[in-house]
Design a protein around this ligand. Sequence first.
Ligand code: TYD
Length: 221
Amino acid sequence: MAGLFITFEGGEGSGKSTQIAEIGNWITARYPDIELVITREPGGTVPAEEIRKILVNGDKNKITPQTEALLMVAARTENVHKIIRPALDRGAIILCDRFADSSRVYQALAHGAPIEKIDQLHAFGFDNLQPDITLYLDLPPEEGLERVSRRNSDVADDIETESRFEDKGLGFHTRVRDGYLTLSRTFPDRFHLIDGQQNKDAITQDIIDIIARKCEQFDDR
Ligand code: TYD
């Protein structure tokens, strides 16, 4: 019994978490007997959430891009072995907030590491498991960064805002978007570009239109 592995990708402030919650509700309503697993990266397991704290908090230059890449893949390896693969083997539907494409884009295409090296790390960690569907919420980086800074301004001063990546600046985040657009041409079968500037409900509907076909395999379970 095979499950379905769906990943969500996008730049800062692209609305992934909102959409994952909406799509989770849609799946539960339509397939109440199918197990739904929602996870995120970096994170998803207790040790991977520990690694996340190093990655998303503090000064943008506190670790080298190479260390950043290794920690991202280390956290992902935990998530694949402990959460994602067992869930796939149980026949679950998995929604993952970011996955390997985030490292291909942020650590390789935006930070300059060769993409092949990142894929070699993924091969070492977890045999380069690929998602069945990747939903990329596309948004101009100016707009995404603006949304995030509005969100952070509402947060109390003593709470960490996980803003280490936002602090890398507009040039970096423009390369992130260009990187995602490159991947959407590299993996046309699984990679779906969604206009993240639409209203929330229109984005949800676009995603449902894409995943409904793939979910048909669960209709007679
Ligand atoms: P995330 O929690 O998805 O942040 P947001 O909801 O603000 O997009 O991810 C945290 C940060 O980690 C985000 O700025 C992107 C970065 N990141 C990488 O650089 N490489 C990776 O492989 C992953 C998973 C995340």
